[in-house]
Design a protein around this ligand. Sequence first.
Ligand code: 5RP
Length: 257
Amino acid sequence: MLAPQGGGPSQDELKRVAAHRAVELVRSGMVLGLGTGSTAVHALDRIGALLRTGHLRDVVGIPTSEWAAASAAAAGIPLTDLNTHPVVDLSIDGADEVDPALNLVKGRGGSLLREKMVEGASRRFVVIVDESKLVPRLGASGLAVPVEVIPFGWSLTLRRLRTLFDGVPGFNIKLRTAATNAKASAFDESESKSEPFVTDNKNYIVDLFFEDGIHGDLNLISDEILRITGVIEHGMFLGLASSVIIARKDGVVVVDK
Ligand code: 5RP
């Protein structure tokens, strides 16, 4: 149980609580998927601390981004990759949105492709969020649903994505730049803020915005997005989460699929 003081725990404290709860699932000898972002970093730090004190041994981690690789190395977690370990025992990562069916939006930090590869290869994928990430339907926060595209002909790909959502009230679409997405900026190494945000895979991100969230069959919409040539992957993680650990001001809730 959290011990609220004054205004209660901060959002960062909630993130840490969720992360530490997830790390209780880590066992010695596991291959771990290492998440990206301000929530996942608490898990990386905790795993590193448990390795240092000998409470965990022989754990190796597959980072979901260059940022996660650097953060995990700083925390002292030995790294490996999906080629060496194609089956991951447990992945722990944050999310931008979680809907009631445990579908997710991820990738506002720009790491959705590697995240989906690592988390999709995991026996168990545990999502760690504070309660601000809960939404009635994906896209309903009004923030971006990211799509990773190849830079070649990106504006044609963007036009095709726009056509797909033609007529959806309040729909908007933008190429992500360091300047247009504050969260992306934290991970962005673009020299100029007005340059396109470049992912770890040297791709661009097109952000989709839905005023009232995404209505309709998410699997169908996913297929239609992925059918556009030039699209690499999108940030809807459908049916991938095994559990979501939600840190709320009044305590932690664990929802299993
Ligand atoms: C990065 C991600 C992150 O997991 C997601 O953006 C959540 O980040 P945070 O914990 O900082 O809110 O998908 O691509």
